[in-house]
Design a binder for this molecule. Structure first.
Ligand SMILES: *[C@@H]1O[C@H](CO)[C@@H](O)[C@H](O)[C@H]1NC(C)=O
Ligand SMILES: *[C@@H]1O[C@H](CO)[C@@H](O)[C@H](O)[C@H]1NC(C)=O
Ligand SMILES: *[C@@H]1O[C@H](CO)[C@@H](O)[C@H](O)[C@H]1NC(C)=O
Length: 490
């Protein structure tokens, strides 16, 4: 598709649109004078406990994060809008000047739910502009409005994207938890690269209402947080809760049947790995150089998983994996560009006010303000390919059928035939496999390479299997506890 079959990185369709920084459940307004509690690296449960014990007040917590954002954001470019916003004071722009000043009709569905649960929305994080869906050349984490987002571990390293800001800001303790969205890799990849936990829920579990889209078929909103420990990830996903039926997004009704009675927190079990069947697909996911940090780390991790009681089903294959990982060959690119044009045109039409009212106008805006938007440098080739589409025609239908078949014969078959609970893979390389089927995944910190750049481990499963994935990821996390705070090396 987009421009002469250029090779698509798996992170290409990384998608982060509504990058929200959330500060959760401010239940206390008392001013505490003792300060034994350390906010840095604190989990949500730790924060809430500090509230209850009068060691921390929500104002203090907010002030701490404001201070950290002022101090670190000039280096990290992780936050665009600066601070405690109400819905009418923050822009929603996908990092582009084209949507600056656009006015949304209401809070997005997930934001409504989070506010209701007592969350304070601190601001919005930066991202790869337009969720990495404008051009193939733009670097991860770059947007015209936000500048270049930086990896807080090694500032010159790739922060990945497109939910770069949410991962960076949580990793650097600018906020307790953030939301990102993913079309293909956008939560999992930056979580892996910035040593935080990322949860990409089954498509439909979280409402897409009020979110700048790429593809309603693949988009999903998830959490990025320091640790699964005490449900940092699930405060917003379940009990908090961004998961539940939203009448502004009909897809949530169908998926609501996956929501377990009693919420998700019950699956944070210390022995969650016991008896779980975990699949390993060596080719191509474990093809690292011998002796590399990744090889060493993953040999060790597979051993840990076994020691914790998991059954590893090794040397499996996913049929047509090379095709699935190539968005041009699979049909993913063909489907996404057409879906994006339809969805984006619908989104901008519904805005109360907007400088642009169609994809064509966004493209024209970019040409007019090409200096700001760095059009000469990075182009807008994906936009142009999307604009050239004309709805879901025969080509797109064939692509969609092919994607469904690839999923059925590939991942779904490998999972069901081998009775797997999850597939274990390094980093976020499996993202396209999960993306095309709307499958969930959880990424957990798994190590640092010789330069100090983080990498994660991914647990992916069939639709609606979040409870099992949480048990597995939590079991791994608690057995390893690999995350360490960033050191901002050059
Ligand atoms: C958006 O950003 C502009 C320019 O920084 C600012 O004037 C405006 O108040 C912000 N908020 C909204 C809702 O437009
Ligand atoms: C989480 O939510 C469920 C219902 O959705 C409720 O039964 C459970 O008590 C909640 N857990 C906590 C810790 O709030
Ligand atoms: C991806 O598939 C396309 C079309 O089938 C092909 O031209 C291209 O070389 C493939 N890219 C890679 C990296 O294999």
């Amino acid at each position: 598709m987009a421009a002469n079959n250029s090779s698509f990185k798996f992170s290409l369709f990384s998608h982060l649109v509504l990058n929200v920084l959330i500060l959760l459940l401010a239940t206390s307004t008392k001013t505490a004078n003792s300060y034994a509690f350390s906010i840095k690296e604190a989990t949500i449960e730790g924060i809430q406990l500090a509230f209850r014990q009068n060691q921390l007040a929500s104002r203090q917590l907010v002030q701490f994060y404001i201070g950290e954002i002022r101090r670190l954001n000039p280096v990290l470019n992780a936050v665009i809008e600066d601070m405690i916003g109400t819905k009418d004071k923050q822009n929603t722009t996908a990092g582009s000047f084209a949507l600056l000043g656009s006015v949304v009709a209401r809070d997005a569905g997930v934001v409504m739910k989070l506010r209701k649960a007592g969350a304070i929305i601190m601001g919005k994080a930066s991202l790869s502009e337009w969720a990495d869906f404008r051009s193939l050349q733009a670097p991860n984490g770059f947007s015209a409005r936000g500048g270049q987002g930086k990896n807080p571990y090694v500032l010159s390293a790739d922060p990945c994207g497109s939910s770069s800001g949410p991962a960076i800001s949580v990793a650097a303790n600018l906020v307790a938890v953030s939301l990102g969205t993913e079309t293909d890799g956008s939560i999992l990849c930056p979580s892996s690269s910035n040593s935080v936990v990322g949860i990409k829920p089954t498509v439909g579990l979280t409402s897409l209402a009020g979110v700048i889209p790429v593809s309603p078929r693949q988009d999903t909103i998830g959490d990025i947080c320091l640790s699964l420990f005490i449900s940092d990830a699930k405060v917003s996903s379940s009990n908090g809760s961004s998961i539940s039926v939203d009448y502004n997004d009909p897809a949530t009704k169908a998926a609501s049947y996956y929501i377990p009675y009693g919420g998700y927190k019950q699956f944070l079990k210390l022995y969650g790995l016991k008896g779980k069947r975990l699949g390993i697909v060596r080719n191509p996911f474990f093809n690292f150089d011998k002796g590399s940090a990744l090889t060493q780390a993953f040999n060790y991790h597979l051993q840990t998983l076994r020691q914790q009681g998991a059954v590893l089903v090794d040397y499996l294959e996913i049929a047509n994996i090379d095709v699935i990982l190539n968005a041009t060959a699979s049909g993913e690119a063909t489907a996404l560009v057409a879906e994006f044009k339809l969805a984006l045109n619908a989104y901008v039409k519904e805005l109360v006010a907007s400088p642009v009212r169609s994809l064509a106008e966004v493209i024209a805006f970019n040409e007019k303000f090409s200096d700001f938007e760095k059009i000469e440098e990075f182009g807008q080739d994906i936009f142009l390919a999307a604009q050239a589409t004309n709805g879901i025609g025969n080509t797109e239908k064939a692509a969609l059928l092919n994607l469904a078949k690839l999923s059925r014969d590939g991942f779904e078959k490998a999972m069901t035939v081998n009775k797997l609970d999850a597939l274990v893979t390094p980093r976020s390389d499996i993202a396209p496999v999960l993306a095309i089927g709307g499958f969930p995944g959880i990424n957990v910190p798994a190590g640092y390479d010789t330069e100090g750049v983080p990498f994660g481990i991914n647990f992916g499963g069939l639709r609606g299997t979040e409870p099992k994935l949480i048990e597995i990821a939590y079991g791994f996390e608690q057995a390893t506890m690999i995350r360490k705070p960033p050191s901002f090396q050059p």
